[in-house]
Design a protein around this ligand. Structure first.
Ligand SMILES: NC(=O)c1ccc[n+]([C@@H]2O[C@H](COP(=O)([O-])OP(=O)(O)OC[C@H]3O[C@@H](n4cnc5c(N)ncnc54)[C@H](OP(=O)(O)O)[C@@H]3O)[C@@H](O)[C@H]2O)c1
Length: 347
């Protein structure tokens, strides 16, 4: 049997995504093969394609952090899985494909009756949002938070989970997304036409308790200025690297997985020597998953439960067939996407 898979042959723009057809992978002992129903498209995929994400695989590779699929073949020695069962996984790469084989320990069961696109939107974005809110910032009801990129994938997840946690929310976004951000219960701040630090101090007088910053670069210092004394910036991305979905700097193309983490480390170290009792803490879903796999499993099951109870509702901006992976990257990189883009390989 043959299947379709997307590969990146060299680091660069969306044109480096290619559709290939090949023999279906066969599960080795201990592996389960799933027929992929939904694969998430995320900015980390775009950053890896450009070669700058810390998790950038070596080329050629298949992008895709997370998937939801149904069990279609079971390798020797696997127990506790049945054909037709719906499963979720976050292997970090490899999900833009019709069929994927992974070790059985990588899979988590998806409760029956949920929409695969909504479930996949929950994996990377909502676990990131949930763990940043509850494990990194440890927010309490009544505290104030500032969410950058509030209309994006992680941003909308932070808004929905922040509302459930009872925090007062401010969100930076572009003007056309302001209504969405307000609908989720936050005060929208137009990051293109206003100074968010001034706006925060104007709206709150003494600043916020936590800022969630996936923008990175000099934006981190500005986020720090928006904090009240004792507050914390949770640093989780470096979107400032990209402009129009391509590298914003004239940095040489290639694979640079360490560089951005090293720069981030330098910012965090420098913060320690600045006055004002304000902390900067890094968050990385992949490192927390490796260090605390039990939290990852537990938090994903909590989120599936919230989805089941309709307490969270991921915004799906587009459901595209697998062969439109390139268009998905162009859309995401171009900006203005509200919510999550999902590839549906076997629709
Ligand atoms: N550390 C982790 O574990 C982890 C996990 C997941 C994601 N991430 C990171 O999280 C970040 C967001 O990912 P995502 O998938 O949510 O991306 P996304 O869906 O593309 O959302 C990004 C949002 O940021 C907005 N934006 C762009 N520049 C901005 C600026 N200067 N100030 C405020 N908002 C700005 C964009 O708005 P417009 O399009 O309207 O301009 C967009 O709504 C990325 O850096 C990603 O690498 C990190």
């Amino acid at each position: 049997m043959r299947h379709t898979r997307i590969i990146v042959n060299r680091y660069g723009g969306p044109e480096t995504l290619q559709v290939i057809e090949e023999e279906c992978p066969q599960p080795t002992p201990g592996q389960v093969r799933v027929k992929v129903l939904a694969a998430g498209v995320s900015l980390p995929d775009v950053l890896a394609r450009e070669g700058v994400h810390p998790e950038t695989p070596r080329v050629p590779y298949t992008p895709g952090w997370d998937l939801v699929g149904v069990v279609d073949q079971i390798g020797a020695g696997v127990s506790g899985f049945e054909l037709g069962q719906t499963l979720a996984a976050m292997p970090i790469s490899g999900c833009y494909a019709e069929y994927v084989c992974l070790p059985q320990r990588k899979f988590i069961r998806v409760p029956a009756g949920l929409d695969p696109a909504e479930c996949v939107a929950v994996i990377l974005n909502y676990i990131t949002a949930y763990q940043m809110l509850h494990r990194s910032a440890k927010v309490k009801a009544g505290q104030r938070v500032l969410i950058h990129g509030a209309s994006g994938g992680v941003g909308t997840a932070l808004l929905q989970l922040g509302r459930l946690a009872g925090v007062e929310m401010y969100g930076t976004c572009s003007a056309q997304a302001a209504e969405i951000v307000k609908d989720f219960g936050a005060t929208a701040i137009d990051y293109r036409n206003s100074d968010f630090v001034k706006e925060i101090h104007h709206l709150t007088t003494d600043g916020v308790d936590a800022v969630f910053d996936g923008i990175g670069g000099d934006n981190l210092w500005r986020s720090r200025e928006a904090l009240r004394a004792g507050g914390r910036v949770v640093v989780y991305g470096f979107q400032a690297k990209l402009k129009g979905g391509r590298m914003a700097s004239s940095a040489p193309s290639g694979r640079h997985p360490i560089r951005e983490s090293a720069i981030l480390g330098w910012y965090i170290l420098r913060n320690k020597f600045l006055p004002g009792r304000k902390s900067m803490v890094p968050y990385s879903i992949q490192w927390l998953m490796r260090l605390k796999p039990v939290w990852f499993r537990q938090d994903l099951l909590t989120l599936f439960d919230l989805l089941h109870q309709n307490k969270i509702k991921p915004l799906i901006s587009q459901r595209l067939p697998l062969y439109q992976a390139r268009q998905a990257h162009e859309l995401l990189g171009g900006g203005g996407v509200i919510g999550k883009i999902v590839l549906m390989p076997n629709r």
